[in-house]
Design a protein around this ligand. Structure first.
Ligand code: GTP
Ligand code: MN
Ligand code: MN
Length: 401
């Protein structure tokens, strides 16, 4: 044995929000194995089991060294019998039987392919799988009636299953910034989600929009979307209005974990030419905001036609479809929205679990409610929210649980 491999690792705290979880870690093979089982549980709508595997994986991501023997994990939280069995098998045999069987199973492959279609969740995918539909092509041949989101999902399937790169996220950021400044001067946009945590690729790009004068942000999403649409930037969008003010059950308890901000799920048409130019513009330290070089407007129908033509003669693509999420928050809730939309999903879940179980508080993307004091707690920054929760501040790059 190499020296040092038997050293016990100091036992880590059990909530992911109590520790740093970096993007790059030392136990990739083990984490990949656990992620497959987590994904399979999620696709089978076994949420509890999925979370257990995710927590185990996140614990391994936080460890400062590579694990060589399962004994090194003695005393660590978050590792249930099942996860430990998987870890032991991978360490001893290089692979875990259950993981390999899962990866190769027709059901897992089909469920992954079908839920890879934008607008298709586990329930729908499972129904289709039982009807013998295993791939997007099967689905197209089946003649099923698809909703608008799913039609876009099938149409842009290949593009949307390509990872979005940081440069593309930045290019879209400048477009959204331009849109926002055109329709409401003074409004601010922030890149959130995985890119804020330092990821180099993502499945989409997420933005939070606000205005320093409370109330000015009302109705902003519709205007931003109209502007983007008129410029030919949108291939698909679905805007949901703010339902926060109308709710009767109190702001700290939204139904499930969905929040009630004005938001838009969209698919952008990002011109690759445009991206190159914008990237050059960024590196030249100037801004696109005052330039007069927008791409020529194009209607959705034209874009669609072009898409189907291009899919036949690929290689000469001048644009690509990119998933973009936009959320508008009132300024007074900005810190909560920022914290709630930066992720990761597991980190968010752990924050809420910590709040309830360890502090008798309810955390949402809008507010923090203290059940003991029976009052809402205000915060102007993420740092303040961590402090109110009695947690050490974890910066976005440490939230990759
Ligand atoms: P990639 O996009 O795959 O790179 O990862 P990501 O972490 O950016 O994931 P995603 O875009 O799915 O979500 C970003 C963050 O927004 C996550 O922390 C989610 O928890 C959060 N989020 C997504 N949908 C909702 C929602 O409906 N309500 C709330 N409150 N948060 C959401
Ligand atoms: Mn994202
Ligand atoms: Mn998103």
């Amino acid at each position: 044995d190499e020296p040092g491999t038997e050293l016990a690792v100091v036992s880590l705290p059990s909530y992911a929000c109590q520790r740093h979880t970096p993007l790059l870690h030392h136990n990739t093979v083990l984490i990949d194995a656990l992620s497959i089982l987590a994904e399979n549980a999620e696709l089978s709508e076994n949420e509890g089991r999925g979370v257990a595997f995710r927590r185990a994986g996140a614990l391994l991501k936080s460890l400062p060294q590579e694990i060589r023997r399962v004994e090194q994990l003695r005393g660590q939280p978050c590792l249930g019998d099942h996860s430990l069995r998987v870890i032991k098998e991978v360490l001893e045999d290089g692979v875990c039987c259950e993981v390999e069987t899962t990866k190769e199973s027709r059901q897992f492959k089909a469920m992954k392919a079908l839920t890879g279609i934008f607008g298709v969740g586990a329930k729908t995918a499972d129904r289709w799988f039982r009807e013998g539909i295993h791939t997007p092509s099967d689905l197209q041949r089946s003649g099923h009636n698809l909703n608008r989101a799913q039609r876009a999902g099938v149409q842009y399937y290949d593009d949307l299953n390509q990872p979005v790169r940081k440069a593309e996220a930045d290019a879209i950021g400048l477009i959204v910034e331009k849109a926002v400044s055109e329709v409401l001067p003074g409004a601010k946009i922030t890149l959130i989600g995985g890119f804020r945590r330092g990821k180099e690729t993502g499945h989409d790009v997420d933005f939070l929009i606000t205005h320093p004068e409370e109330g000015r942000e009302e109705g902003l999403m519709a205007k931003v979307v109209s502007w983007l649409e008129a410029q030919g930037f949108l291939l698909y969008h679905k805007t949901t209005r703010n339902s926060y003010l109308e709710s009767k059950d109190g702001p700290a308890r939204p139904p499930s974990n969905m929040d009630r901000f004005e938001r838009c799920f969209s698919i952008f048409r990002l011109s690759t030419e445009n991206e190159r130019r914008i990237t050059q513009t960024i590196s030249a330290q100037s801004t696109l905001l005052h330039s007069r070089t927008e791409p020529s407007p194009q209607t959705n129908d034209q874009a669609r036609e072009e898409s189907s033509m291009l899919s036949q003669c690929s290689g000469s693509r001048s644009w690509m479809a990119v998933r973009v999420d936009m959320v508008v928050s009132p300024y007074s809730q900005f810190a909560f929205a920022l914290l709630g939309w930066t992720g990761s999903k597991l980190f968010e879940r752990e924050l809420r679990r910590w709040a309830v179980h360890e502090r008798a508080m309810t955390l949402s993307s809008h507010t923090l409610y203290d059940s003991t004091k029976r009052q809402y707690l205000r915060a102007n920054s993420e740092e303040e929210i961590f402090a109110l929760l009695g947690l050490e501040y974890i910066p976005p790059c440490g939230r990759n649980a």
